[in-house]
Ligand binder design. Sequence first.
Ligand SMILES: [Mg+2]
Length: 116
Amino acid sequence: MSKQDSFSEMLDEVRVFHEKHQFSQTGGEDMAYRVALMAEELGEISACVTKGKPTEMLAEECADLMILLLGNAISKDFDLNQAFWGKMEKISKRNSRMIDGRIRVSNFEGSDEANQ
Ligand SMILES: [Mg+2]
């Protein structure tokens, strides 16, 4: 596996970025602030879609959001890799439905997971 494909290498790179700018001492790891930054990036992703921007720009904005998500795991000290695989296992068992012409995978009323 190349460095570019490794979750732990990506996380380490974001950790180095946090340390370089001393995020833990300068408010960069405050979750309310981070949520605002994620909303900002989501807006930029939205603009790429609604304004028909090139895919390269969309990819860059998605990377911005991903860097923030990885940084959340550093800020709040949780295992995002484990959370990812745990969640994938959960959602892989869910059912899908077509709603207003689009597929939705969720806990629908009456499903086993929804009843827990
Ligand atoms: Mg951006």
